[in-house]
Design a protein around this ligand. Structure first.
Ligand SMILES: [Zn+2]
Length: 292
């Protein structure tokens, strides 16, 4: 069974919910590191012969269109991580719609190819944003990968649909590819991306990923370019946050290579194309909005 490998392409300073994190109007003045880090990842994917889904932050795509072209040219799927990296639950419905449309158009203008997929900053689609799927369909997307079925700092939703599924709502339908969790002592837990992937040893990540595949679900892996950059500048934050944000940066590259060696991965779009006939249908109004 195939799994899915994804990257959220943003820079070292796109850290959420932190007083010391720079605001959008300051981003242009900061030294960017996303080009080198993203190309390092693209080279690993070439070396391992895999294609992945690249969720580009619209702000990054606008400044580095060659990165988007390069990803598309090497056969990867280009998708959207929104424009301004704002948390969904901090935006109004209209602000969210504008942000999601803007990033999609920027990326489509660069590649000339339609963008199908969206991933929210910080996986911040929650029960406080019941309009999320409706607005995403309105913004021209056909799938989403923002639902995190466990509690976390930003977002997280208490739902039991761990596998990819079809969400039906008033505006139409859309495929949801939730981030992968697995129940450990009765509670959902993630081992497969970001700080979780950096924190846990590879043998445990592999063991848990094999368990997920045994449940006939794909593992959705996710990384950020800054996670292969041990020399990135550090933002000031409390000790707990600092640990989560910067732990084991030196191990990420090696773990990515091992994942790509041990697991058969593909893009979100290819996974959907091959499996959409078997997705379970979920009614958004009944199962997401009432999911507290
Ligand atoms: Zn992000």
């Amino acid at each position: 069974m195939k799994s899915i490998f994804t990257i959220d392409i943003e820079d070292w300073f796109h850290i959420l919910d932190l007083d010391s994190a720079p605001e959008l109007r300051q981003w242009d003045r900061l030294p960017s590191r996303v080009e080198g880090n993203f190309r390092k990842l693209l080279d690993i994917f070439d070396e391992m012969g895999v294609r992945v889904t690249c969720f580009f932050l619209g702000w990054v795509a606008e400044r580095f269109p060659n990165l988007v072209k390069d990803a598309a040219g090497r056969g990867h799927e280009t998708a959207s991580h929104g424009y301004s990296h704002a948390l969904v639950y901090r935006m109004s419905e209209d602000e969210f719609l504008d942000d999601a449309v803007k990033s999609r158009k920027i990326i489509e203008d660069i590649t000339g190819e339609p963008v199908r997929g969206y991933r929210a900053a910080g996986f911040s689609a929650t029960e406080d944003t019941p309009w999320f799927f409706e607005k995403l369909i309105e913004a021209g997307y056909s799938y989403d990968s923002s639902v995190f079925p466990a509690s976390r700092g930003h977002g997280g939703m208490d739902i039991d649909h761990y596998a990819p599924h079809l969400v039906k709502c008033g505006a139409g339908e859309l495929v949801e590819i939730p981030l992968t969790v697995i129940d450990v002592i009765g509670r959902p837990h993630c081992f497969f991306g970001g700080g979780y992937l950096r924190l846990y040893p590879y043998f445990l990540i592999r063991k848990m990923a094999l368990k997920v595949l045994d449940e006939h679900r794909p593992v959705v892996f996710y990384v950020h370019p800054r996670e292969v950059d041990p020399d990135q500048p550090r933002l000031s934050m409390n000790m707990k946050r600092r640990f989560k944000t910067y732990v084991n940066l030196k191990t990420t590259e090696d773990k990515i290579r091992k994942i790509l060696r041990d697991f058969d991965v593909t893009t979100c779009a290819s996974y959907i194309n091959e499996n959409v006939g078997v997705f379970r249908e979920v009614c958004a109004e009944e199962e997401y909005v009432g999911a507290v």
